[in-house]
Design a protein around this ligand. Structure first.
Ligand SMILES: Cc1cc2nc3c(=O)[nH]c(=O)nc-3n(C[C@H](O)[C@H](O)[C@H](O)COP(=O)(O)O)c2cc1C
Length: 309
C-alpha cells in the first residue's frame, strides 16, 4: 500500500508511543519489518518557540525510513509554521495527533480536543500540508465522550483537508486506555472515506490482528504497546522468520541513542525499555528494582550485563 505516494512494504506499522518511540526503538522496529514508524507527539508551539525538548524528539536514523513525525497543536498558524520547520524535512510523512487524552493537552484544545471541531480539523490538515509539502495523516480516537462516536465526521473533515490516511484508535478520550478497542468504529470510517484507513488498538498477537482485520476492514494495522519489549512482533505477525537476542538489541538501541543524546538522556530512555524487555521473565522484578536504583548509563549497562546475557 502507499500513503500519499510513500510506499509501505507491508501493512504493519509501529504506533507513536511517548517515552518509547525514540530513534533507537523506531530503528529496531523497522528492522523487524514495521513498514512505517512515527515519532512521539511533538508540540507545534514547542518547535516554533525553539524548544530543545521538542527538537530532541525529532532525531532519526537515516536508514529508518519511511518515518513520520507527529505534531500536536490546535492552532493552524502554529501547525503551519511547525510543519514548515527544517527539522521535519528528514521525515516522509507528517502525522497530526487528534487522540491524546491527557488533561494538559486536551484542556489546551489540542490532541483529542480537535475532535470537537471538524472544520478546525480540515484547516489544520490543510495548514500542515501546505507548510510541509508532505503527505499528512491524522491519528484519532472514536470520539470524546463514551458512546458518542465522532470518528466518521472527523475523518471526513481530515479527508476534505487533504489527508493521505487516517489512523483510528477506537477508544473514547474518556476511556484513556481502558476498555477494549471497538474496531466497528474503524469500519464505519473505512466505509466513509476514500483514503487508506489504519486500524489501531489492542493488537498484540496473530489472533488480535485477525480480529482487528475482520472487524475493521482496514488497509493497515498499527501496533503500539504490543511492540514494547517485543519489537520482533512485526516479523511474528507477518509470519517471517526472525531472531531476537535481547542483549544485542539493547546494545544496538543504546548505540543509536548515543549518536544523538547525552548519556544521561540515554540512561533515562533505556530504563523503561529494559523493564519491557524483562517483562514476563523470571528476572522482571529484579530488573525493575535495579532500574529504579540506576543513576547513569554505566548502571544501565551493568543491568544489561547481569540480566540479559
Ligand atoms: C504510554 C503511551 C504513550 C502514547 N503516546 C502517544 C503519542 O505520542 N502519540 C499518539 O498518537 N498516540 C500515543 N499513544 C497511543 C498509541 O499510539 C495507541 O494509539 C494506543 O496505545 C492503542 O494502541 P495499542 O493497543 O497497540 O497500544 C500512547 C499510548 C501509550 C500507552
Amino acid at each position: 500500500m502507499n500513503i500519499g505516494g510513500v510506499r509501505l512494504k507491508s501493512d504493519l506499522l509501529f504506533a507513536p508511543i511517548a517515552g518509547f518511540s525514540d530513534a533507537g526503538f523506531r530503528h529496531i522496529c523497522a528492522s523487524y519489518g514495521a513498514a512505517l514508524t512515527c515519532t512521539e507527539l511533538v508540540s507545534a508551539k514547542g518547535l516554533v518557540y525553539g524548544g530543545k525538548g521538542s527538537e530532541d524528539l525529532l532525531f532519526t536514523t537515516p536508514e529508518t525510513t519511511p518515518c513520520a513525525a507527529q505534531l500536536f497543536g490546535g492552532d493552524p498558524d502554529f501547525m503551519f509554521k511547525a510543519a514548515a520547520d527544517e527539522r521535519l524535512a528528514r521525515f516522509d510523512i507528517i502525522d497530526v495527533n487528534m487522540g491524546c487524552p491527557v488533561k494538559k493537552v486536551f484542556n489546551n484544545g489540542e490532541g483529542s480536543a480537535l475532535m470537537r471541531d471538524p472544520s478546525l480539523i480540515t484547516e489544520i490538515v490543510q495548514a500542515v500540508k501546505e507548510g510541509s509539502g508532505k503527505p499528512v495523516t491524522v491519528k484519532m480516537r472514536a470520539g470524546i465522550i463514551e458512546g458518542e462516536p465522532l470518528a466518521v465526521e472527523c475523518a471526513l473533515a481530515a479527508e476534505r483537508g487533504g489527508a493521505a490516511a487516517i489512523t483510528v484508535h477506537p477508544r473514547y478520550r474518556e476511556q484513556f486506555y481502558g476498555g477494549t478497542a471497538d474496531h466497528s468504529i474503524t469500519r464505519a470510517v473505512k466505509k466513509a472515506v476514500k483514503i487508506p484507513v489504519v486500524a489501531n488498538g489492542d493488537i498484540v498477537d496473530v489472533k488480535s490482528l485477525e480480529r482487528a482485520r475482520e472487524e475493521s476492514g482496514a488497509d493497515a494495522f498499527m501496533i503500539g504497546r504490543g511492540a514494547l519489549g517485543r519489537p520482533y512482533i512485526f516479523a511474528e505477525l507477518a509470519g517471517t522468520p526472525y531472531e531476537f537476542d535481547a542483549r544485542k538489541t539493547i546494545d544496538k538501541h543504546i548505540e543509536i541513542l548515543r549518536r544523538y543524546n547525552p548519556d544521561r538522556v540515554v540512561a533515562n530512555l533505556m530504563k523503561l525499555h529494559l523493564c519491557h524487555y524483562a517483562k514476563g521473565k523470571d528476572v522482571a522484578k529484579a530488573v525493575r528494582v535495579a532500574v529504579g536504583a540506576a543513576k547513569n548509563l554505566e548502571d544501565i549497562l551493568r543491568i544489561a550485563d547481569e540480566f540479559f546475557n
